[in-house]
Design a protein around this ligand. Structure first.
Ligand code: OSB
Ligand code: MG
Length: 377
């Protein structure tokens, strides 16, 4: 229990705004499944009694990370999920999330509503989101995720991010762009905390090449195999020494349970926006803690809204590995929030104030908005 019963507030959702927002990326970001040059996302604002809660959806335009798409989520949000919550009163975020149990999957769309409500609910209690989630601390440890590119460029980027104090370097890999890269990076940076993320681009038939990664003292190998295949990851873990970390495979608490029980994951990347929201993210966190499996907070190139949610969640006690919530300026020349979310020496400060602690830069947001729908109850 992290808040007293007296401070719990029933909150009636009396309005919402759903925007589709587009932000150009500073540099293209390439992973095994493709290259992103811009970030297009649903931005949701829920209103109650003059207060506003915000969240963004982490789905991509194409179903290349998981099955959800921006267009599908915009439709589901506008036609199904928002009508379910508008005009209704909730005593806590769990009761709101429960309304969505009839629906199959679509955890990113659900998370958008659930997370906006957490922000609103925390603000109704005048408490920081981290406090109502059960976290504490003024800053979190973070690393960076470096996209696929020519090896010499990657070496220069590893050097510059280590100099900036980032606590671990995650290298995106894919078949044919793996062992050579690791040889070069490990030779130049013998002591760095290094990890790789394959975004599902290998199969069990590649076990031999994945086993060669054991030679490079990686903290873990993130999601080498299929997005929906916990079982094959368990088989792979038996064949290699390096711990496996699951990302795409973990969309529910049950996925986490099955991965932990079968030794398919010795580390878990929690993405709140991928897992249906903070309620489920916290349950996954607690379950991992019971299994003595460390977690860290992943990212989806979020704007300041999603980034702030990630930072607050990362203050929970079992987030013992550095997360991916690096400086917003690595991705965007200008953010849609007024506060600058920038790391200092590999630590990201927790935005202060009620809720997520960041406020929309409405002038810039207007120029970045592709569409807007307003709802009242
Ligand atoms: O797999 O973690 C991933 C970005 C887009 C899609 C998937 C992933 C990523 C990242 C970047 O690794 C994390 C970030 O800096 O937000
Ligand atoms: Mg990943």
């Amino acid at each position: 229990m992290t808040y007293s019963a007296a401070t719990r507030a029933p909150v009636r959702i009396d309005g919402a705004t759903l925007r589709l927002v587009r932000l150009p990326l500073v540099t293209p970001f390439t992973i095994a499944t493709g290259t992103m040059t811009e970030k297009v996302f649903p931005l949701l604002t829920l209103r109650a009694d003059g207060l506003e809660g915000h969240a963004e959806g982490v789905m991509d335009p194409l179903p290349d990370y998981l099955e959800e798409t921006v267009t599908g989520a915009m439709d589901l949000l506008a036609r199904v999920l928002l009508p379910q919550v508008l005009g209704r009163t909730f005593s806590n975020p769990e009761s709101l999330a429960r309304l969505f149990t009839p629906w199959r999957a679509n955890f990113m769309a659900r998370a958008t509503v659930e997370m906006a409500f957490w922000d609103l609910w925390a603000k109704a209690m005048d408490l920081p989101l981290q406090t109502v989630l059960g976290g504490e601390g003024e800053a979190i440890d973070v690393g960076v995720s470096l996209g696929i590119g020519p090896v010499p460029d990657t070496l220069a980027r590893v050097a510059s991010h280590l100099e900036q104090g980032y606590k671990r370097i995650k290298l995106k890999v894919k078949p044919g762009h793996d062992i050579g890269l690791l040889q070069a990076v490990r030779r130049d940076f013998p002591d760095a905390h290094l990890t790789v993320d394959a975004n599902c681009s290998y199969t069990l038939a590649d076990s031999a090449v994945i086993r060669r990664m054991d030679d490079y003292a990686l903290d873990y190998i993130e999601q080498p195999l299929a997005w929906d295949d916990i079982h094959d990851h368990a088989t792979l873990q038996q064949r290699i020494r390096t711990p496996l970390c699951l990302d795409e495979c973990i969309r529910t608490v049950d996925h986490a349970r099955k991965a932990l029980q079968s030794d398919a994951a010795r580390v878990i990347n929690i993405k709140v926006g991928r897992s249906g929201g903070h309620t489920a993210a916290r349950q996954i966190h607690d379950l991992c803690q019971a299994f003595q499996v460390p977690v860290w907070c992943g990212g989806m190139l979020e704007s300041g809204i999603g980034r702030a949610h990630n930072i607050h969640l990362s203050t929970l006690p079992n987030f013992t590995r550095p997360g991916d919530t690096s400086s917003a300026s690595r991705y965007f020349t200008r953010d849609i929030v007024e506060q600058k979310l920038e790391c200092v020496n590999g630590r990201m400060p927790v935005p202060q104030g009620p809720g997520i602690g960041v406020t929309l830069d409405l002038d810039y947001l207007k120029t970045a908005t592709l569409s807007q729908q307003d709802f009242t109850a």
